[in-house]
Design a protein around this ligand. Structure first.
Ligand code: ADP
Ligand code: MG
Length: 336
């Protein structure tokens, strides 16, 4: 089967969310052991990944150097993180495959995602990114053309557009590589956001695209059979964070839509995963939300929140396998 795995931040940063280089190496190395296992199980794997903490670090560099070096636009930040994380994945995945005696070529592709310049997000940027700053410091970046909002006691925070992903501009390249047997990493951080100008040119924009929504589109365009949203919890839960929390196992689209409408999935974290999972299933695929260490079992349908188009009986919750105390608050100072 062709499996698209979207790796969350915890697959690329330390357990405390740290994006120190050593922590990133260790996290990617660990995640690639699980990816290599999925390949050894006989699947064709495409990877995509988040980049929140990494872009957060570049924004801090922008901020401290703004008086000397012009800040990098967000499309450049996205491109840089695709390069860096792609490099880590190449090295770690090759090594994990070699350790299992599996011979597959690997590639990481700088990828652009087309968005609409008329997307409402551009007129009204609302996605907060980067650190809170006092106005005196934020002003330097406002002078460079950025939009910042007064967020009260915590200070000022940058807001940007988070437009809908419309097209994967590298889809043909990726299909060519897949047909040639490559394990490909693409569209990291949701892809580099670009718009088409009225005269047909593609230009990068200051925006961030949700990596889970891009993963659903990528899975569709690459004709994947399964979309795996690999994160730090083994299931999406009903009543998450409450004493009555229970994991969602195999579930139908209708039931999952109902849970979403009831507000069970936080908008900055589990919400986009559930939306991405539903989109891909509506497009004819199967989606699994599970933890990085469970991706092979998840693809087999043995664990995780599994949504497919087949009519199913009401959600059959599986008992929790571990205590989960992970909060859903994004890491301070970094895009969620
Ligand atoms: P990633 O970096 O993988 O995208 P996120 O932090 O964005 O991870 O999303 C995963 C987090 O979503 C979990 O760690 C959990 O704290 C949070 N979360 C919010 N609502 C739920 C829910 N209903 N069930 C499970 N986890 C949830
Ligand atoms: Mg997330």
């Amino acid at each position: 089967m062709r499996v698209l795995v979207a790796l969350g931040g915890n697959a690329m940063t330390g357990p405390d969310g740290s994006a120190r280089p050593q922590a990133q190496w260790e996290a990617v190395t660990g995640a690639m052991e699980h990816v290599a296992e999925l390949v050894r199980a006989g699947h064709d794997v495409v990877l995509t990944h988040g980049n929140g903490p990494q872009v957060g670090n570049i924004l801090v560099q922008n901020e401290f150097a703004a008086h000397v070096v012009p800040p990098l636009p967000l499309d450049w930040c996205g491109a840089q993180t695709q390069g860096t994380i792609g490099y880590l994945i190449l090295v770690a995945l090759e090594s994990a495959l070699a350790g299992r005696g599996v011979e597959r070529p690997v590639a990481a592709i700088v990828s652009r995602t087309l968005v609409d310049s008329a997307d409402p997000g551009f007129a009204r940027p609302s996605k907060p990114i980067g650190r809170y700053l006092p106005l005196a410091l934020a002003q330097k970046l406002i002078d460079h053309g950025e939009t910042w909002e007064d967020r009260g006691a915590k200070g000022w925070r940058r807001v940007v557009a988070s437009p809908e992903p419309l097209e994967m501009l590298e889809a043909h390249t990726l299909r060519t590589l897949l047909d040639a047997g490559y394990l490909v990493t693409a569209a990291g951080g949701g892809g580099i956001p670009v718009v088409r100008t009225p005269d047909g040119r593609l230009v990068g924009v200051d925006a961030v695209i949700d990596k889970d929504l891009t993963a659903a589109l990528l899975a569709e365009r690459l004709h994947a059979d399964v979309l795996v949203l690999a994160t730090d919890v083994e299931h999406a839960m009903i009543g998450y964070g409450s004493p009555h929390a229970r994991p969602i196992g195999r579930v139908s689209v209708g039931e999952m839509e109902q849970y979403a409408a009831q507000g069970h999935f936080a908008s900055g974290s589990m919400g986009p995963k559930v939306e991405a999972a539903l989109r891909f299933v509506r497009a004819g695929g199967r989606s699994v939300i599970t933890a990085v260490h469970q991706i092979t079992a998840g693809v087999a349908g043995a664990v995780g929140t599994v949504i497919d188009g087949a009519p199913t009986s009401p959600a059959r919750p599986t008992p929790p396998e571990r205590e989960d105390s992970h909060g859903d608050t994004p890491i301070e100072g970094q895009p969620a």
